[in-house]
Write a protein that binds this ligand. Structure first.
Ligand code: ACM
Ligand code: ZN
Length: 510
């Protein structure tokens, strides 16, 4: 993410956002109308239960697809929605949950947890609920700043409470490679470590700085071992969250080239205007990528791998003899087609191993790989084009979902656009003119936290929350339930709970 940088202030001042009246003060208990994301259908019933008693009350769980389908009759739901749907009844004597699948039971329990933590009592009620979109995601950039396993697990916990279900793990990029790869140990022995903790101190003139050998005193960085990833995956799976790893290609590979210089185009240093691209001409580049991906496929059970594809400079390819030879041999007429050749080839490789690819919207240029899912980040145009070409899309536009942008004029370090909570909440992919017949191509929505400006864990959380609450609601709740003033009331209440749970949430502490 290189666009729109600019420091926007240095003071941490907790003001402005998310400071409506305190939730449920004297209101007589939490109700379904108080939770995030807003549930689809609910009713309150006579009776009120103390929240601490609720946790001890008997719970009757019934997993029956037939029963859930009968309850949901006439709502026009598709199979993946039914799998996540739940019926929850908070009665005076017991809690009843009905779902087609353990996933639905899990979501019912998240609603219950949220109700019980919002107030000291909960009003007896029923909820019938299901998600609107199947991808409700957060992306964390661990390359520019490395937070590590405990931080990730803590955010997975909050995502689960918000019924978010996709964690996009941006593990590799110019300032650091963060994943153990046995075939290429230099990636973590060298390029997981750098002299400067601060990204901007490290990056010089839009070009990366130096790396340090692992174990060098004072080196900043870190990486995930395969054991760490296995622990994160188990933790995520318990919360019905899928982890999608991103292995960037062909751009954003400054660190990869530092570890394995042969992966760059074979040009004299002075004749290499682009600093972070792999050479798509050399066969050895594909050998490298395939070996890396094989280890990634072995590690991550997810159906998808994200292959990046964004912001590759292509000037080296115009001059590189290997790139030129490849273009000639493959009948490619432009460097955009050369990138597309690489992405298509990696898609074929992924398919051979039972995987599908996701790429940033630049993968449209030069021709989209046949089965690729597009992550639309430069606004929504790329997403709309991909849908018109019959592809699936995840919307994560800079205009609404870039969580490195500041959320108030006085915010501590942040990238240079203004992205307050209301603006995040306002986005709805279906308002972009997508035909009903194409709606199934909209997989969902995702907030992206790039970390050029974000070093400390508390700062990362402050950028995530409360804005992730808004993305969760757009991802789960029906469009007809969206109501910003009401959301702000609920976000304020949930922010107070989240702070008690130990999260840093932007806005006035309540
Ligand atoms: C991106 O922000 N470069 C996807
Ligand atoms: Zn080349």
């Amino acid at each position: 993410m290189r666009q729109f940088h600019g420091i926007l202030g240095i003071l941490v001042v907790f003001t402005v956002v998310c400071c409506g009246p305190k939730q449920n003060e004297g209101a007589g208990g939490a109700q379904p109308k108080d939770i995030i994301p807003a549930p689809v259908e609910y009713a309150v019933q006579p009776g009120i239960i103390r929240s601490d008693e609720l946790a001890r009350m008997p719970e009757k769980v019934r997993i029956s697809e037939g029963a859930v389908r009968r309850r949901l009759k006439g709502r026009g739901l598709v199979d993946w929605q039914i799998k996540s749907a739940y019926w929850l009844e908070v009665g005076k004597k017991r809690v009843t949950i009905e779902a087609a699948d353990p996933e639905g039971v899990f979501y019912a329990r998240q609603s219950l947890k949220m109700l019980a933590s919002l107030d000291s009592s909960v009003v007896c009620c029923t909820i019938l609920d299901w998600p609107r979109f199947r991808h409700r995601g957060i992306m964390l950039d661990e390359s520019r700043n490395f937070q590590g396993k405990d931080f990730v697990m803590k955010q997975l916990d909050m995502m689960a409470l918000l019924k978010m279900n996709r964690f996009h793990f941006h593990l590799v990029d110019n300032p650091g490679w963060r994943l153990q790869i046995d075939a290429y140990p230099r990636l973590t022995q060298l390029t997981a470590w750098r002299p400067e903790p601060d990204f901007w101190d490290w990056e010089k003139d839009e070009v990366g700085g130096d790396f340090l050998e692992e174990g060098t005193p004072g080196a900043y960085g870190g990486y995930y071992t395969k054991q760490d990833i296995a622990e994160i995956l188990a933790f995520a799976a318990e919360r019905h969250i899928e982890v999608i790893p991103e292995i960037e290609m062909p751009g954003h590979n400054y660190e990869t080239r530092a570890a394995y210089p042969d992966l760059a185009c074979s040009l004299p240093e002075a004749d290499r205007p682009d600093q972070w691209e792999l050479c798509p001409g050399k066969e050895s580049t594909y050998e490298f990528l395939e070996k890396v991906l094989l280890e990634v496929f072995d590690l991550f059970p997810c159906e998808y791998v994200h292959i990046g594809g964004d912001e590759a400079g292509k000037r080296n390819w115009e001059r590189c003899p290997d790139c030129q030879a490849r273009m000639k041999a493959e009948g490619l007429e432009s460097v955009e087609e050369l990138q597309s050749y690489m992405i298509r080839r990696m898609e074929r490789f992924a398919h051979e191993h039972g995987k599908r690819i996701i790429g940033w919207d630049e993968i449209l240029e030069g021709g989209l790989a046949p089965d690729a899912t597009v992550m639309s980040w430069r606004g929504t145009e790329g997403g709309l084009r991909a849908i018109a070409e019959g592809h699936d899309v995840i919307f994560t536009p800079t205009t609404h979902y870039y969580l490195d942008y500041h959320q108030a004029p006085d915010q501590y370090r942040a990238a240079g656009r203004y992205q307050p909570l209301e603006n995040v909440y306002a986005f709805d992919p279906m308002e972009e003119g997508i035909a009903e017949a194409d709606a199934h191509h909209v997989l969902g929505v995702q907030g992206n936290l790039w970390t050029e400006w974000v070093h400390e864990a508390w700062h990362a959380e402050m950028m995530l929350y409360p804005r992730a609450f808004a993305i969760a609601e757009t991802g789960w709740s029906p469009a007809s339930r969206k109501d910003y003033p009401d959301f702000e009331r609920r976000a304020s209440a949930w922010a107070a709970v989240a702070r008690k749970m130990g999260y840093t949430v932007y806005g006035q502490p309540n």
